[in-house]
Structure formats: structure tokens, C-alpha cells
Ligand binder design. Structure first.
Ligand code: NAD
Length: 478
């Protein structure tokens, strides 16, 4: 394919060539899209060195001046929203409508985080001494290594760089090797608004190579990572060497509890759309359902029919489809193997249950599995595909116990008309987030954080902003 693009790393305010490159493909049709740098340790050191040199001058700017760059970037993103959405759809496979939502939400997020510039607050603390003042400052941590997954690749750049930059840090981003193109487009727009050199850098490359070199470097002060639990563990091991702060947003296995008194149609609509959005590749979408016995048949029947009606295919060739492909062959094979394992263990595929043969691309049929049990892999491991396993329960207590019996603790949901049941669930669900009578997504002013293996720290809102600061307490006797 002659027209593929070649992207270059963005280091110290310049696009620079690398020694080696790798190919990026469209998961819907296998088309070669671009060649991007496989960054070597020397590229990593160069990018981190640029971020280090740029950090002190950046932190000396008033926060409101730093924020002005984020506002300008937000405007530039809105101006190219359709083109950027296409870049995301091409390399990630999400439908165009969702890609456009991601782009516009990213612009809004940049504006939102920029608005914190005048609201970053320290504290004055009462002293035990007569003539002393105790001041608690919030200061930048320094150089942040931001490592991204592929599922919301454009938004996640902003989720890390916006709070990092407004609080005076500099950052080096490594996008996923599946979806680097949109990140280089982000860098192009940032370059266009005149951001000082070294404040924002992008290097692409593999996880075990480039990602490992970044997180092992002594030049890093904080690692902000979104991705799988396995990679999170590897990153923590590297961080331990130099005692570096980690912020980890890891996987989920969100339970959805549907009680007898729920509005069934609302539950069906919300859970089905959460399971097909981004082809089920969302950290906080319904990954397992616990439905109460009295409405189990009605719910299963309705959700299976709604799933079966889902249209899917190549989102650029067929703009009306509701669902695109899975990200790659590995993702498709994993989903297929998990469903096979479940049906072998006694689950029944009420609809779907197989790889979809569209001639090209990594497509899986929208699938509903009934008769699932809590000891099955499908109820315990993250699926990351359009597959909804359902287990019948007798009451709320049983549902809560099963929901909490998980390595993951990111998000959860409950469908009920009873305030008492909803409040009991909020008290007893051991999760970072709970949705009542709806599913994802979270709000930018909330705080997205997981319990247990779903992560450490969180993102969004005031608490997400302060993740990128450290305290400095001054005792002043004067
Ligand atoms: P992944 O862990 O395979 O890869 C994520 C990133 O880590 C990639 O950039 C990869 O190159 C890099 N990486 C891999 N090995 C590395 C290593 N040894 N050292 C440093 N970097 C390394 O995850 P993925 O498949 O890209 O993303 C899917 C996962 O992300 C799912 O588990 C999903 O739940 C999770 N996720 C979580 C959130 C959240 O907010 N909690 C949001 C989106 C995705």
C-alpha cells in the first residue's frame, strides 16, 4: 500500500526520525495504515531528558499561563474533530460516532482541567508555636511517564497530560503499539499552539522494549499507566527500583446486578449498549450480570434479542454499523476461547457464541451466555469483547457477595426501584465506582479509581488533578 503515513517521534518540540519502525494496521480490514518508530533506549533517554530540562521553566510559569496552552489545544482539536475521529476509527476499529464523541470529549476535558489553574490550593495549618506559620504547598512531581492502552487512545492522552501539565509537570507519552497514529496527530496539534519544547513528548514502541525502558529510567518521577493488570505489576517492579510514584488504572470485571423490582427495559437497554460500545472493550462496561430469579427469564430473553439485533462490520466501509472489530487477532482468539470454555462448562449461548466470518477483520458475534456460575472463567476474567455472561441469583445479598468476590474492583452497577436496595449496594459494593440504573461512562468531574487489582490512585476531577502533585510543608517562624 503506497499511501501509508510515516510518523516520527515528538521530542523536545521536534519530530525526529528513529532507527527502526513498525507497521500499524486497520483491525477491520487488515489495511496497512502507517509506519511508526520502534523507539530504542537512546530515544527514551532523549525524550525523558527533554522533559527533565523543560520541567523547571514550565513549573515557573503561572498555572493560568500553562492552562492557556490546553485551551488552545482544545480549540485546535475541535477544529479537526472529524479528521481525528477517522484516524482513531482506522487504527482502533471503533465506530465513527463514538470516535467523534471521544475527540470532542477530549477537547472538553482539556478545557475542564485547564480551568483548575486558578483553583489549585495549598493549606495553612495551625501551629503549636506562638510565632510560626505552617504552609502546605502543592508542587509538581516532575517528569511523568504516561503509558497508554489502545481502547480510548486519544482521550487517555489528555487524561494524563492535562492534569500533569496544568500542575507544572512535563510528560513523555508512549501510546499503545496498536494505536500510535492519533497520538502523533495530538502532538502535531500541540506543536501548532507553541507549547515550550520538552513539555510534551511522544515516543512510540513496544511495551517490553520502549515501555520497559521508560519505566526503568531514573529520569522518571511518576509513572501514570492505564492498561492490564499484568503490565501494571511489571511497571510496579520497575518503579520499585527508583522509588517512583505510580498511578495505575487497570482492568475491570464490572458486575451488573438486576433485581426483581428493576425497570427491565431500562436495564436491558443500558447493559446491552454497555456491552457493545467499543465492541465491549471498555474497562468499566458490564462484564457479568447477576439477575434475580423472578425476572431472570424476561431479562435474558430481552437482552439476547437486543444483542442479536446489533449490526457490526467495518465502520468505515459501513458507517451505520453499531459495532466494529476487536483490536487484533489475540483479542479475538481470547474471546473465542473464553466462550468455548464457558459452554464446555455448562453455559448456554442464547445468542451468538462464535467468531463472525465477514471475510476480513477481527469480528465476534454479539453473545449472551445464560446458566453461568461464579466458578467459571467467564465470570472471573476480563473478557473485553461483546459477550454478556448471566448468572441467576436469589436475592441482593447473594448478588453482592458474588459481585465482591473478584480480583477486580473498578466499577459496578445495580438496577432497582428500591432506594433501600440501591443504598445497601452503595454501602456494600467494594468498588471504586457504582452506577445506579445506568452504565458507563464516568464524568470528568468524578474520580475514576479502582479497588484491589484494578489499580492504585485514580483520574479525573479534583482528586485526579492532585494525583500529579506532591506536598511541600514549610514551617516558618518569623
Ligand atoms: P496492556 O497492558 O497490554 O498495554 C498497555 C500499554 O502498556 C501499552 O502501551 C503497552 O505497550 C505497554 N506495556 C506493555 N508491557 C509493558 C512493560 N513491560 N513495561 C511498560 N509498558 C508496557 O493493555 P492494553 O491491552 O493496551 O489495554 C487493555 C487493558 O487496559 C484492559 O485490561 C483494560 O481494562 C485496561 N484499561 C483500564 C482503564 C482504566 O481506566 N482503569 C481504561 C482503559 C483500559
Amino acid at each position: 500500500m503506497a499511501s501509508e503515513r510515516i510518523y516520527q517521534n515528538y521530542i523536545n518540540g521536534e519530530f525526529v526520525a528513529a532507527q527502526e519502525y513498525f507497521d500499524v494496521y486497520n483491525p477491520a480490514n487488515g489495511q496497512l495504515l502507517s509506519r511508526v518508530p520502534e523507539s530504542a533506549p537512546a530515544d527514551v533517554e532523549r525524550a525523558l531528558g527533554a522533559a527533565r530540562s523543560g520541567q523547571k521553566p514550565w513549573a515557573r510559569l503561572p498555572a493560568v499561563e500553562r492552562a492557556a496552552f490546553l485551551h488552545k489545544l482544545a480549540d485546535a482539536i475541535r477544529g479537526e474533530a472529524k479528521t481525528l475521529a477517522r484516524v482513531i476509527t482506522e487504527e482502533q476499529g471503533k465506530i465513527s460516532g463514538l470516535a467523534e464523541i471521544e475527540v470532542n470529549f477530549t477537547a472538553d476535558y482539556l478545557d475542564y482541567m485547564a480551568e483548575w489553574a486558578r483553583r489549585i490550593e495549598g493549606e495553612i495549618i495551625e501551629s503549636d508555636r506562638a510565632n510560626e506559620n505552617i504552609f502546605l504547598y502543592r508542587k509538581p512531581i516532575g517528569v511523568v511517564a504516561g503509558i497508554l492502552p489502545w481502547n480510548f487512545p486519544f482521550f487517555l492522552i489528555a487524561r494524563k497530560m492535562a492534569p500533569a501539565l496544568v500542575t507544572g509537570n512535563t510528560i513523555v507519552i508512549k501510546p499503545s503499539e496498536e494505536t500510535p497514529n492519533n497520538c502523533f496527530e495530538f502532538a502535531r496539534l500541540l506543536d501548532g499552539v507553541g507549547l515550550p519544547a520538552g513539555v510534551f513528548n511522544v515516543i512510540s514502541g513496544g511495551g517490553a522494549s520502549t515501555g520497559n525502558a521508560m519505566t526503568a529510567s531514573p529520569l522518571v518521577d511518576m509513572i501514570s499507566f492505564t492498561g492490564s493488570v499484568e503490565t501494571g505489576s511489571a511497571i510496579m517492579r520497575n518503579a520499585a527500583e527508583h522509588i517512583v510514584k505510580v498511578n495505575l488504572e487497570l482492568g475491570g470485571k464490572a458486575p451488573s446486578i438486576v433485581l426483581d423490582d428493576a425497570n427491565v427495559d431500562l436495564a436491558v437497554k443500558a447493559i446491552r449498549s454497555s456491552r457493545i460500545i467499543n465492541t465491549g472493550q471498555v474497562c468499566n462496561c458490564a462484564e457479568r450480570v447477576y439477575v434475580q430469579r423472578g425476572i431472570a427469564e424476561e431479562f435474558t430473553d430481552k437482552v439476547a434479542r437486543a444483542m442479536a439485533d446489533t449490526t457490526y462490520g467495518d465502520p468505515l466501509a459501513q458507517p451505520d454499523v453499531e459495532m466494529g472489530p476487536l483490536i487484533n487477532r489475540g483479542g479475538l482468539d481470547k474471546v473465542a476461547a473464553m466462550v468455548e470454555n464457558a459452554t464446555r462448562s455448562g453455559a448456554e449461548a442464547v445468542t451468538g457464541g462464535s467468531i463472525a466470518d465477514l471475510g476480513q477483520g477481527f469480528h465476534y458475534q454479539p453473545t449472551v451466555l445464560s446458566g453461568c456460575r461464579s466458578d467459571m472463567e467467564i465470570m472471573r476474567r476480563e473478557i473485553f469483547g461483546p459477550v454478556l455472561p448471566i448468572q441467576v441469583v436469589d436475592d441482593l445479598d447473594e448478588a453482592l457477595a458474588l459481585a465482591n468476590d473478584s480480583d477486580y474492583g473498578l466499577t459496578s452497577s445495580i438496577y432497582t426501584r428500591s432506594l433501600a436496595s440501591a443504598m445497601q449496594a452503595c454501602r456494600e459494593l467494594d468498588y471504586g465506582e457504582t452506577y445506579v440504573n445506568r452504565e458507563n461512562f464516568e464524568a470528568m468531574q468524578g474520580f475514576h479509581a479502582g479497588a484491589r487489582k484494578s489499580g492504585i490512585g485514580g483520574a479525573d476531577g479534583k482528586h485526579g488533578l492532585y494525583e500529579y502533585t506532591r506536598s511541600h510543608v514549610v514551617y516558618m517562624e518569623i
